[in-house]
Design a protein around this ligand. Structure first.
Ligand code: CP
Length: 307
């Protein structure tokens, strides 16, 4: 049984295959409209979500399957004290595949030990968000046609932003990718990302606190929200909440070919005027999330011989 708990669970070849499958789904949706007939996806969301949960559900429906699940811990028996292990053991009796979001880092991994069906990590605390990374990779592929030789700026809350951690893990496996890590010192990437991921990969990276100087070099600018829910105090959050705001003026010195990404939700780190700039790709990125999740569902079900 294969699960998707972290980006590195997939080889580069497997990621390539999933991207190719997504592209075929985009071009030939009718070919896939009944591939999951009779199959069920459970979405177990112990934390809020709009894009991830709904795109997973839309993905399964467009494959001909059905969905069940819950969107908050309060409406599940977790509120009565049921463990994650028991929850997934039960849900494995009702569904063929499970997408799970949880506030605790590692909860989907713990779930995978007891699950009888594939588990997909749909975000675990401040740790990882591998399906967002697949979404990001599909977006980069569609915009740039390659993952090599890119300078990627990651801006905002790089400490708690799990999408950033997963994207670095994925992108540093490609050739000649440079990272510009833009954050206040207090919100810089966790040390383990530097020592266990960036340094062993040999990828070049710099850490800076001001986005303006880096802007002309960037091929991709990946903006992120300050993760209010992960701060220990509201005071700490308020100190950083408007640390970076991307507006039209800041883009004056950027490349014409820049791709502006954001996993969303946005709060105020990108002004709405930027939405009209043809380099803004974050809403297309959210749409790509549905296609790559369709490819992921098909792939995991096939690997588990459930399809
Ligand atoms: N990008 C993302 O994970 O969005 P949601 O929190 O709305 O699922």
């Amino acid at each position: 049984m294969r699960h998707l708990l972290d980006t590195t669970d997939l080889t580069l070849g497997e990621i390539d295959d999933m991207i190719k499958l997504s592209m075929d789904i985009i071009d030939n949706p009718e070919k896939y409209a009944h591939i999951c007939d009779g199959k069920k996806l459970a979405t177990l969301f112990f934390e809020p979500s709009t894009r991830t949960r709904l795109s997973f559900e839309a993905a399964m429906m467009e494959l001909g399957g059905n969905v069940l699940g819950f969107s908050e811990a309060a409406s599940s028996s977790a509120s009565k004290g049921e463990s994650v292990e028991d929850t997934v053991r039960m849900v494995s009796c009702y569904a063929d595949i499970i997408a799970m979001r949880h506030p605790l880092e590692g909860a989907p991994r713990v779930a995978s030990y007891k699950a009888g069906v594939p588990i997909i990590n749909a975000g675990d605390g401040g740790h990882a968000h591998p399906t967002q990374t697949l979404t990001d990779l599909l977006t980069i592929y569609r915009e740039k046609g390659t993952f090599d030789n890119l300078t990627v700026g990651l801006c905002g809350d790089l400490k708690f932003g799990r999408t950033v951690h997963s994207l670095i893990k994925a992108m540093c496996r490609y050739n000649n990718v440079k990272f510009v890590l833009i954050s206040p010192k207090e919100l810089s990437v966790p040390e383990y990302i530097k020592t266990d991921v960036l340094k062993p990969s040999g990828a070049e990276y710099v850490e800076i606190e001001n986005m303006d100087a880096a802007m002309p070099d960037l091929d991709i600018l990946y903006m992120t929200r300050i993760q209010r829910e992960r701060f220990f105090s509201e005071e700490e959050y308020l100190k950083h909440k408007d640390a970076f705001i991307l507006d039209v003026d800041k883009l004056t010195n950027a490349k014409k070919s820049l791709t502006i990404m954001h996993p969303l939700p946005r709060v105020n780190e990108i002004t709405t005027a930027v939405d009209d700039d043809e380099r803004a790709k974050y809403f297309i990125q959210a749409l790509n999330g549905k296609y790559i999740r369709m490819a992921l569902i098909i792939t995991l079900l096939k690997w588990g011989e459930l399809l």
